[in-house]
Design a protein around this ligand. Structure first.
Ligand SMILES: [Zn+2]
Length: 99
């Protein structure tokens, strides 16, 4: 893998680890996410892969900023989820109030 691909894979792994604990996903998506963390995405059945792609990868690996609508880099997703507003780093900065 090229270094950018490794970087992206690491960022996705961080997102999955966050999602497994955070409560942002539940039900089948949560169970499948836990399986990906323990056994890899290649272990999913076709049906599980479809759920994962739709509810996890599609939503969180290609997340759009809740304010400007830009697709945010995967390495910003955990922060955006933790902040609770799903804004990209640019919009986080714009909307953060100075003390
Ligand atoms: Zn934004």
């Amino acid at each position: 893998m090229r270094s950018e691909e490794i970087y992206e894979a690491n960022a996705q792994q961080e997102v999955l680890e966050y999602l497994a604990e955070s409560g942002d996903i539940d039900g089948a998506a949560l169970g499948i996410t836990r399986q990906v963390l323990s056994h890899g995405r290649g272990s999913l059945s076709a049906a599980q892969e479809a759920v994962f792609e739709r509810h996890v990868a599609g939503e969180f690996f290609r997340m759009e900023c809740g304010l400007c609508g830009d697709r945010m880099p995967t390495n910003e997703v955990v922060h955006a989820l933790a902040e609770g507003n799903r804004y990209c780093s640019h919009c986080q900065h714009l909307t953060s109030k100075p003390d």
